[in-house]
Design a protein around this ligand. Structure first.
Ligand SMILES: O=P(O)(O)OC[C@H]1O[C@H](O)[C@H](O)[C@@H](O)[C@@H]1O
Length: 555
């Protein structure tokens, strides 16, 4: 499928709708959320949408009905509908890498209707690998897969980084209740040996299975950790057959995995039309499938699929990902918010902020448009966050009274993931209370009326007017988690499209990787070659080399 080049132009702010939005922003600037709620007693329900177990309340955003209309018109004017169809249809919308973007095909049902990439029917490839994953996951869960010494697998260690770690690690934690209790799941990502050492602590090599997850199978952190894990295994049970029985790989680069020593039948494939940060639905989710079973994993895919359908078919004014994306554009580009907080009020979702950080910042942290020109307006904000209520006792001070306005997504789950009485009422009450306090604040007069000493009044007043969206899930299960993650994926798509950038490349991570390669060579160079580094870099390398030499001497 080809798409009109004009859709790819960077600057979507030259159109009429953008000008209308700016004028509208000026006309409502200074209208406090208190006034917006006072003007419309039904605002709290009018600006909320419920769909298939997800409730999205954006009434505490600094928007009016007219704002939403203009934002939706801006999306139409910018060809968002065509963009969505281009992605689903397999167009090569990752233009800088000339790749299709088809993570949605990983969860589509009708293989026959799926797109073709380079002459291959995507759906058939997906089904084939899903089937292999299911058979493998089943054999691990049932204890049929035996290690080199014929003992059953009791621990699964996923070695991967970035998209090959954050998705499965986050989802395994979120769905731990639905996981098999017979297997211990651990995730290793950092090249810091402390990470692998901690993950291996207490594990028995005879009962441990490693999944080396790397799209490219060239990532230095993952390969270094995999080498050390292999050594640990061989030290524990000897060389014969160990790697073959205890290592599987997930990669698009089957040949490199084979060179590492992993038998081809133990490599689970995926494809370059799946971006790393969009890959939890692919074989990268193998650890998750072992944890929740192939039925659970299929529910996870079904949840995402239901969000895909909504994204493709719902009118923009009722379309959850479109609304979330447009609200982000409003906050970033009209209100000027440079950061965005994600605050899950559920311990199960504790890793969601880190996952969304990669999804949003690696996708949309760009300053050049698809046409190669500098972007005309700001792109992705800094995404950060932590699970509530912990954040309330740490950084919420700034959210309430700092000079920076930080739009927030509060995410809660109606059904608790435990049986302890009383906790959940408190947790949810805190979530709701924070959104209320941020929106409405407390005026100096209200503080005074409580008899607070005059010198404290300015310190104890809260400006309010701090925007937030609340996403309330009915429950947290594989299906609803799939919906939530796909919601954010498509939000990122909407924003990337409207900013005119390629959301699916990540050239910005390359320079540091190359530099690290040169520096490690220099650190390890026996002949002390002196490369032309700047004085700061050279001094730091020198200091480290001396410390390393001294430590070696002491040993
Ligand atoms: O899966 P891999 O090829 O090992 O890549 C792991 C990660 O590293 C890269 O540097 C990218 O920044 C990420 O997008 C990717 O997910």
């Amino acid at each position: 499928m080809s798409i009109d080049n004009h859709e790819f132009r960077t600057d979507r702010t030259s159109g009429q709708r953008w000008h209308a939005l700016r004028a509208h922003h000026q006309s409502i600037d200074g209208t406090h959320l208190r006034d917006l709620f006072a003007a419309d007693p039904d605002r709290g329900t009018a600006m909320a949408i419920e769909s298939d177990g997800l409730y999205l309340d954006y009434s505490k955003q600094r928007v009016t009905a007219e704002t939403m209309t203009l934002l939706v018109e801006f999306a139409h004017e910018s060809g968002l509908r065509d963009g969505i169809e281009a992605m689903f249809g397999g167009a090569r919308i990752n233009t800088t890498e000339d790749r299709a973007v088809l993570h949605t095909a990983l969860r589509a049902l009708d293989a026959d209707a799926s797109p073709t990439v380079d002459g291959h029917a995507v759906g058939e490839q997906v089904d084939r690998v899903l089937h292999r994953m299911s058979v493998f996951a089943q054999s691990v869960r049932r204890g049929r897969l035996r290690g080199a010494t014929s003992r059953r697998i009791e621990a699964v260690v996923n070695i991967g980084i970035g998209g090959s770690d954050l998705g499965p690690a986050m989802a395994c934690r979120a769905l731990a209740e639905a996981s098999t209790p017979d297997i211990d799941f651990r995730f290793v990502s950092n090249v810091d040996g402390a990470d692998l050492s901690a993950a291996l602590r207490g594990l028995d090599p005879e009962t441990t299975l490693f999944i080396v997850s790397s799209k490219t199978f060239t990532t230095v952190e993952t390969l270094t950790n995999a080498e050390s894990a292999r050594q640990w295994l061989i030290d524990g049970i000897g060389d014969r057959g160990a790697v073959r029985e205890h290592f599987v790989a997930v990669s698009t680069n089957v040949e490199a995995a084979r060179r590492f020593g992993i038998a081809e039948e133990n490599v689970f494939e995926f494809w370059d039309w799946v971006g790393g940060r969009y890959s939890v639905w692919s074989a990268i989710g193998l650890s998750l499938m072992i944890a929740i079973g192939s039925g659970g994993f299929r529910d996870f895919l079904a949840g995402a699929r239901s969000m895909d359908t909504e994204f493709r078919t719902a009118p923009f004014e009722k379309n959850l990902p479109v609304l979330l994306g447009l609200l982000g554009i409003w906050n970033r580009n009209l209100l000027g918010a440079a950061t965005h907080a994600v605050l899950p009020y559920d311990e199960r979702l504790a890793l969601l902020p880190a996952y969304l950080q990669q999804l949003e910042m690696e996708s949309n942290g760009k300053s050049v448009g698809v046409d190669g020109e500098p972007v005309a307006i700001d792109t992705a904000p800094i995404v950060w966050g932590a699970a509530g209520t912990n954040g309330q006792h740490a950084f919420f001070q700034l959210l309430h009274q700092g000079t920076t306005v930080v739009p927030c997504d509060f995410i809660g789950v109606l059904e608790p993931g435990h049986l302890l009485a009383g906790h959940h009422d408190l947790l949810i009450a805190n979530l709701i209370a924070q959104t209320q306090a941020l929106a409405f604040g407390r005026t100096a007069d209200e503080v005074r009326a409580e008899g607070v000493a005059e010198h404290q009044v300015p310190h104890r007043a809260f400006p309010g007017d701090r925007p937030s969206t609340t996403i309330m899930m009915d429950r947290l299960d594989p299906y609803s988690l799939g919906r939530l993650l796909a919601l954010y994926e498509h939000k990122v798509f909407v924003q990337g499209w409207l900013w005119g950038i390629d959301s699916f490349d990540q050239w910005g991570v390359e320079l540091g990787k190359v530099a690290a390669g040169r520096i490690v060579d220099e650190i390890r160079a026996e002949d002390r070659t002196v490369l032309p580094f700047d004085s700061s870099t050279a001094a730091q390398i020198g200091r480290y080399r001396r410390a390393r030499a001294a430590a070696e001497h002491d040993r």
